[in-house]
Design a protein around this ligand. Sequence first.
Ligand code: GMT
Length: 374
Amino acid sequence: MNIAIVCYPTFGGSGVLATELGKALAEKGHNIHFITYQQPVRLGGFHANIFYHEVRVPTYPLFDFPPYETALAGALVDVVNNHSIDLMHVHYAIPHAAAAYMAKQILAKQHKHIPFITTLHGTDITLVGRDKTYSPVVTFSMEESDALTAVSKNLKEETYKNFTIEKPIDVIYNFVDVKRFHKKPISAFKDLIAPDGEKIIVHASNFRKVKRVGDVIKTFQLISKEIPAKLLLIGDGPERPEIESMTRDCNAKDDIKFLGKQEQMEDLLPIADLFLLPSEYESFGLAALEAMAAEVPVISTNAGGLPEIIINGNCGYMSNVGDVEDMSRNAIKILKDKELHAQFKANALAQALKFDIENIVPQYEALYKRVLGN
Ligand code: GMT
């Protein structure tokens, strides 16, 4: 199949998932055309079946806001016409689903019937998509999608709760390429971070409010009172200055390192002993799944779709949002008990395997065939 994929090219989970899906489909022989405003971060090197089309947004002095959605719809029409695209798959509803709808209508006038699939990822539904300004367009473009998918059962429920739509939603869970993450830790790197054998705790996110990174620092402070530990914070985003200043004022400041945005998560995660994800909401929690694939137990909240991914008391523990005492107690329990830690690590890997790329990508291929009527 020739498939056009639209996503955010940045470090967010939806862009990561869309890029990994495109790469996996290309490996299976499909031709994948990424249409984004910059090269997706996880795209990596050359692949004969992968094409990248940059959306250019011409500006004009009249435009206070360059019309990205119009530029994207135009780019979709161009790519479909010139590369015999069979279907469009857009990730994150805003504004991608509306642009795909527009492209579909333009192509229909040219007697080309090209379906589009919208994959809902999380904040496009639970936060920004619910905004009164966006909601009518999101509702319409979800309803007009030829198929609609959500990355967890929880996100499907949230969609029906927040929007008046009739459209059936297929749940296709996010996935991870377990082989890529299940590596031996790089010992020189581990020694550099934790020279005296301290436990290594990792958090990775886009540092938005919904991630509650402040709770990572609070939980870590409580942990480090009991166990020598180091905290690695991976990622960047609007809350980072606030978190940096909170860190400067805390006792454990010398044990906390900000690594910024990192592409090679598969090299970093294996050195971790524990992954912290205290989010207010996660539709899925792809970062936690990648940690589990690297055999790292997860301490998280029980919000959104996280209970669909993490088995409480088996490969991690889940607490109520904001309960940093409980999160630190659970973390200490795992880190202090060598046998329990080893068991949780093995369980994390076993659980990640359920979401392995090999189990999930065929579900997208089956959906594509269904939408194309094959
Ligand atoms: O908030 C983020 O992490 C970014 C956001 C995105 O769409 O880029 O992530 C959402 O999609 C991910 C991939 O499906 C999910 O794993 C995240 O849980 C989800 N984030 C939220 O629901 C807050």
